[in-house]
Design a protein around this ligand. Sequence first.
Ligand SMILES: [Zn+2]
Length: 146
Amino acid sequence: MEAKDVLVSLRNKSGMTQDDLADRLFVTRQAVSRWERGETLPGPDTLKQLSALYDVSINTLLGSPRKLVCQCCGMPLDDGSLSREPDGAFNEDYCKWCYADGEFVYKSLDDLVDFLVTHMPNDQWTPEQARPFYAAQLKQLKHWQE
Ligand SMILES: [Zn+2]
């Protein structure tokens, strides 16, 4: 779905008119109408407001142009598994199991590898075989490159 279709569908679902939404966001009705015709996109601050208002991520608002993957554990992300900041805003880099209440759950790569080796279903590999595989995959993610 394109951003304009997502924006129309979320507004309709919320029961708001273009005027209602414009009032909530302190923009003109014409601005809302332009987004919904695909002529312009809401600016970064307005996207944040829309994200909070509809409780969907900015990636979803934009029609999911990015395939989100947790930059800590590598899990594919959707709005149900995304982490949030303490103020409730989505953090689109991490899953809710890796980042909670403003803190990272795994203090080191070894902690996370330990968790994966013991919790991921796996019949073929011994822990000794699985460990370097997970470590190599995880090292490609942003969180572990610093
Ligand atoms: Zn994660």
